[in-house]
Design a protein around this ligand. Structure first.
Ligand SMILES: CC(C)(COP(=O)(O)OP(=O)(O)OC[C@H]1O[C@@H](n2cnc3c(N)ncnc32)[C@H](O)[C@@H]1OP(=O)(O)O)[C@@H](O)C(=O)NCCC(=O)NCCS
Length: 388
């Protein structure tokens, strides 16, 4: 933990980090030593990842990747990453995932940006809702009451959302750790029959001078329906004394701007990368999802980091809305790409044709990109909900 914190320029005594590090899956950590000194850290978490169509597959969440400043650029990350990917392959996890501190590190290891997210800022003085006020009931609750409802609701929501990952108990414990963003509150949204369909955890930092202009930071907003999402955003925008609402990592396909009389009232930062995935086993990963339209494609995928692995070779995908079969093939490829490009597009968050326009995909069969765009599209867009 001290090594990890020092590499990030952070305080090792921070309680939440200690809990996370010590409590969870120590057998999946991987460290580098110089003599007795621990100089590099990394770990895999065991997650479930939802794919288009609603299936869940096991996936590794890579985290705590850090090398001391005294030991950088001599291959320690490369060695740890090889070990982590091997560990995943040994556990039949077809995909590895991470959130990146910097954008330039992980493509070389076969990762690609699979999900994007927006940061949102609202000045509530500009906000007017254009749609009718949703019904239902909002309840401010204590942590014990939140804990009764939030994990099961989240589980329901993440199983319906491609790109979403499961949350461990340790993750929920981290959410409860003290946070710099202000005083914390939890609110549940219940529909008419008493079912909890949404919750929001937020923090308020007060600001009084010269007039009330509190800042509200959204830490976790989870909604099982568009009505619940509307109700929660509306609630936040109508809290007296609050001037500014900030939310980091909001789904790219959020209905928020379209709920407002002026979509400009919500200021969106340009979409940025959220979760990167790394396909380790093409038949298992791509065979688990359904496809928006029926079709057949042959993909040639190059995996320089793991030559001869289950993501290196030629694969035929025959898929549609009811499922897919994916297997190694000797047919001529329709499309050729690197495994990092496949990892970018396979959940449907980024289109094949966009990657091809940037030169990352070769189209051998005319029309194959159009077929691929139609097959791989995902509604809703993939979204992880969870930073790890
Ligand atoms: C990022 C970090 C883990 C890299 O560790 P490292 O041991 O220096 O990395 P390596 O020497 O194994 O480098 C492997 C490759 O990645 C490249 N690389 C490493 N860090 C990079 C960075 N920050 N940006 C771009 N490329 C980077 C290296 O140039 C090398 O490239 P090559 O082998 O293709 O020529 C380390 O700098 C660190 O701890 N940074 C601060 C914490 C952090 O950001 N961690 C990542 C969390 S997601």
């Amino acid at each position: 933990m001290r090594t990890d914190a020092a590499a990030f320029g952070e305080d090792a005594e921070e309680l939440s980090k200690a809990e996370r590090w010590i409590g969870d899956e120590l057998d999946r950590t991987c460290a580098a030593f110089d003599g007795d000194e621990l100089v590099g850290t990394s770990r895999n978490h065991s997650f479930e990842l939802t794919v288009p169509g609603g299936a869940s597959i096991p996936a590794a969440g890579v985290s705590a990747v850090a090398v001391l400043p005294t030991h950088r650029r001599r291959g320690i990350l490369r060695a740890m990453m090889a070990a982590l990917l091997e560990n995943s392959a040994g556990r039949s996890e077809p995909v590895s995932m991470l959130t990146a501190s910097e954008g330039g590190i992980y493509t070389r290891f076969g990762f690609g940006v699979s999900t994007m997210a927006l940061d949102v800022k609202l000045d509530v003085r500009d906000v007017e809702f254009a749609r009718p006020r949703p019904g239902g009931r909002l309840r401010m609750v204590d942590r014990a009451e939140l804990e009764k409802h939030a994990p099961s609701l989240f589980d329901r929501v993440r199983r319906a959302r491609p790109g979403a990952v499961s949350r461990s108990e340790v993750w929920w414990a981290d959410l409860h750790a003290p946070h710099k963003s202000g005083t914390r509150f939890d609110v549940l949204y219940e529909v008419e029959d008493g079912r909890v369909d949404g919750f929001v955890t937020y923090a308020i930092k007060d600001q009084w001078d010269p007039e009330p202009a509190h800042v509200l930071n959204v830490r976790d907003l989870v909604a099982a329906s568009p009505v619940a999402e509307h109700a929660l955003w509306r609630y936040l925008c109508e809290i007296d004394l609050v001037r500014t609402i900030k939310a980091a990592q909001v789904a790219v396909d959020t209905p928020l701007p379209w709920l407002l009389a002026s979509p400009r009232a919500a200021l969106f930062q340009p979409a940025a990368d959220y979760v990167w995935t790394r396909v380790l086993d093409v038949p298992s990963a791509l065979g688990a999802r359904t496809y928006a339209s029926a079709g057949r494609l042959v993909l040639a995928v190059h995996d320089r980091m793991r030559p001869g692995g289950a993501a290196d070779g030629v694969f035929a995908i025959e898929g549609g809305p009811d499922g897919a079969s994916v297997a190694a093939s000797t047919d001529a490829p329709d499309l050729t790409c690197d495994v990092s490009t496949l990892s970018t597009v396979w959940l449907g968050g980024v289109r094949w044709s966009t990657q091809a326009a940037a030169g990352w995909v070769e189209e051998q069969t005319p029309g194959a990109l159009t077929t691929a765009d139609a097959m791989f599209a995902s509604t809703p867009m993939p979204f992880p909900f969870t930073w790890f």
